[in-house]
Design a protein around this ligand. Sequence first.
Ligand SMILES: *Cc1c(COP(=O)(O)O)cnc(C)c1O
Length: 407
Amino acid sequence: MNMKDFGMTKAEVEETAKKYLNEQFPRFDFIAEKAKGMYIYDEEGNAYLDFLGGIAVNAAGHCNERVSKYVKQQIDEMVHSSNYCYTLPQIMLAKLICETIKMDKIQFQNSGAEANEAAIKLARKYGVDNFGPERFKIVTALNSFHGRTLGTLAATGQPDSAIQKGFAPLVEGFKYAEFNNLEAFKEAATDDVIAIMVEPVQGEGGVYPADKDFLVGLRKLCDEKNMLLIFDEVQTGWGRTGDIMGYMTYGVKPDIITMAKAMGGGMPIGAMCSTEKIMNTFGPGAHGTTFGGNPVCCAAAYAQIEELLEKKLPENAKETGAYFRERAKELPHVKEIRGIGQITGIEFDVPIANELKYTCAEKKYLLMTAVRPAVVRLVPPLIATKEDCDKAIEIMKETIVEITESK
Ligand SMILES: *Cc1c(COP(=O)(O)O)cnc(C)c1O
């Protein structure tokens, strides 16, 4: 629904937003009215090349035809029924996901934070049920991001950040160790630890891919000490890394996987998957949700995943992402380029990330930042072509020169 549906001007929209919304960050100076493929269209019909991708969400492109079709059909047939009823979108999506990512069982949630919350609860109960009440701790990585619920913000290894500050006392039972430092994780893995949870690529933290040896080492450590390995694939899952799941890119299989972002084609859905043995820990009443597995969201996710698989979008992400990083070397003020598949972090030698984000938006190109002031994060839809990358690079190049020369 747009301005004309409400009979409003752009100024009135902005004024109403300022009056009533509690804002997390400044908005771009346009109203997003429509979107298709790689583009978002504003109130005047201007097209914005979208390398923000709804924050790594719109993997099969905006308003993907298959996603729209399945959602429309489901919305006319039934919007919600509760998890007391069998519903086909949920059951068939469970089968599709478990078979595709080679996991036994799935429990649907509504977001990434909730999926991680479920994983944390599952690991804790597994520890307590199997090893006694002292074994409930989870080691996570410094510079990680796992969400903003009380549990997941405590799991997020960013002490003293705005994510944690002011929310004390934090949920107990988390320990942090340096990412990509196997020795640090070994040291942290004391007898009261039941699980290790990491992102295969730290996204929000500034795009730091794990080293393969690190993840292989964590797998071995978990096997030796009867600990569970949890991969938070909320951002890396469903094609982003160039494979269906980040764990496949690394060839290291976790015991528990969480997912959300790209999974639902833009509809809010998340999930936690595990083996049958571990998942059995959640007996009746242990964990539930009213909306999780909602048929409209599941229909969207079913379409999204079919689309990712049939159009081989993970492969495209691998090829196009590598091309993008190669071309990004031409940008001025580059200090380091990190990434894998279609998640790229560009670190500059000047803290221009925020200004670059808003100035590029004025030039009709959207990109993301991370927690670091000198790092931009590019997480475009996986349909992005080399031509899209060329265009993105040209706009960034011109904008970086403008910004840095005006200082
Ligand atoms: C975005 C993100 C989350 C949180 O997901 P929400 O859907 O915003 O709750 C958790 N973990 C990772 C790795 C993420 O990128």
